[in-house]
Design a protein around this ligand. Structure first.
Ligand code: BG6
Ligand code: MG
Length: 219
């Protein structure tokens, strides 16, 4: 029996749109200001992780203990830089092929949702002109626990009324792959096969990818 997905949940940053680079730039700038070295390896660890947990990771790495007001100020600072970077974003920055793939899913009756840790997700979807393609949006504003906790995806599946085992998650982050596995979802990595080795399979991007390919690989 072929696998029949009933819903797909997409991460945002680094999957639908190439905003992962802007988060990286913001966190790196903040870490450097704090005198904490920030490497590509750190960046891989922080993909998919919430704003507050990302800051805590950097502070812990630097052995820094700060009061809450200072932490809020630092997060606001990083976010202001991020917003500057995305201010001029256009639909051109959507991952090639992703809109076509989403439209194919929708045409074939498969529900489409967003499962992102970002509190800026609604803004980015609007800016890219794709907000209306999502039946369900779960983002950093509506969750308590950051990936690798499965909350963001479980809320999406619940809103669809679909069991996690019938729902496919698309993720570029190790934390997101773990979140999907922790929630009992089917999981496709988007990006580097070595980094995302815990995914069921990994695609470089959505160009040339379709529902048939998805079903073949997950059956
Ligand atoms: C995730 C990104 O989607 O959202 C992280 O992968 C980012 O890099 C996190 O830090 C939180 O984003 P925001 O927009 O709420 O600061
Ligand atoms: Mg991501």
């Amino acid at each position: 029996m072929p696998f029949e997905p009933q819903a797909c949940l997409f991460d945002l940053d680094g999957v639908i749109v190439d905003t992962a680079q802007y988060h990286f730039a913001g966190w790196q700038r903040l870490a450097e200001e704090l005198g904490v070295p920030y490497t590509q390896e750190d960046n891989e660890q922080l993909k998919g992780v919430s704003r507050v947990d990302s800051l805590e990771y950097i502070l812990e790495k630097g052995g820094l203990f700060l009061d809450n007001d200072t932490k809020v100020r630092l997060m606001d600072r990083k976010n202001a830089w991020y917003l500057e970077l995305v201010a001029s974003m256009t639909p051109d920055e959507l991952s090639p092929g992703v809109v076509e793939f989403i439209d194919e899913l929708r045409a074939k009756g498969i529900k489409v949702g967003l499962g992102s840790s970002s509190r800026n997700a609604p803004l980015i979807l609007e800016r890219c002109g794709i907000a209306d393609r999502f039946d369900v949006i779960v983002d950093g504003n509506s969750i308590t626990f950051s990936k690798p906790d499965p909350e963001v995806f479980l809320k999406g599946a619940e809103a669809f009324g679909v069991a996690p085992a019938q729902c496919v998650v698309f993720e570029d982050a190790q934390s997101g792959v773990e979140a999907a596995l922790n929630g009992g979802f089917r999981i496709v990595g988007v990006g580097d096969a070595v980094t995302l080795e815990r995914a069921e399979f990994v695609i470089r991007g959505f160009e040339g990818f379709n529902l048939r390919g998805l079903v073949e690989r997950l059956t």
